[in-house]
Ligand binder design. Structure first.
Ligand code: CTP
Ligand code: ZN
Length: 155
C-alpha cells in the first residue's frame, strides 16, 4: 500500500466516538447486514457503510459503523447468518470497549423465516432451523426438512 492510499483510507474510515463497528463483513454482504438492522428505514443513526476495503487477512472486506446504537442478541444472530466472519466492536469514548465474533447458535430459532413459501413454519409456529454445515453455511428446516444455503434467506 502506498502512503497516498493509506491517507485516503484514514479519511474514509474515521473513528467514531460511540456506537458499533461491524468489521470483517464478507465483501458484498454489507447491504444485507444494513437491511437486517433496518438501516435503510431508520433515519436516526449516523451510518458509514464501507465496501471493498483492503483487509490485512482476507483481501477485501466491508465495514459498517453505526453511531450511538447498540445491537440486540437477535440482531447479532441474524448478522452471523450472512456475515459469519464479522467482528462486532462496541465503541465508547473512542476506544473499543468490547469486541466479539458474530456467533450462530446450532439451533436458529425465530431468527429468519424458512425460504420455502409453502413451509408450515411460515403459516403457524416459529421458524426453527439447525446448522448442518458451517462452511459454506447450510441450514436445515425442522419443519419441511429441506436444506438451505445462506444466500437463499431473505431479510
Ligand atoms: N474503530 C472506529 N472507531 C473507534 C475505534 C475503532 O471506527 N473509535 C474501528 C476501526 O477502524 C476498526 C474496528 O473499529 O475497523 C476495530 O478497531 P480495532 O480493534 O482498533 O482494530 P483492529 O485491531 O484492526 O481490529 P481486528 O483485530 O478485529 O481486525
Ligand atoms: Zn421449512
Amino acid at each position: 500500500m502506498t502512503p497516498d492510499t493509506q491517507k485516503d483510507e484514514f479519511l474514509r474510515v474515521r473513528k467514531i466516538e460511540s456506537g458499533i463497528v461491524i468489521d470483517h463483513i464478507p465483501q458484498g454482504n454489507s447491504l444485507r447486514v444494513a437491511r437486517i438492522l433496518g438501516l435503510d428505514e431508520s433515519n436516526q443513526a449516523t451510518v458509514s457503510l464501507l465496501m471493498n476495503v483492503p483487509s490485512s487477512s482476507t483481501g477485501l472486506k466491508d465495514i459498517i459503523k453505526i453511531e450511538g446504537r447498540e445491537l440486540s442478541e437477535r440482531e447479532l444472530e441474524r448478522i452471523a447468518l450472512v456475515a459469519p466472519s464479522a467482528t462486532l466492536n462496541v465503541i465508547r469514548g473512542y476506544v473499543v470497549a468490547q469486541k466479539f465474533k458474530a456467533k450462530l447458535p446450532e439451533v436458529v430459532e425465530d431468527v429468519v423465516p424458512c425460504p420455502n413459501p409453502t413451509c408450515i413454519s411460515n403459516k403457524e409456529g416459529r421458524p426453527r432451523l439447525h446448522i448442518r454445515e458451517h462452511s459454506p453455511l447450510k441450514l436445515q428446516c425442522d419443519y419441511c426438512e429441506k436444506v438451505y444455503s445462506e444466500d437463499e434467506f431473505s431479510f
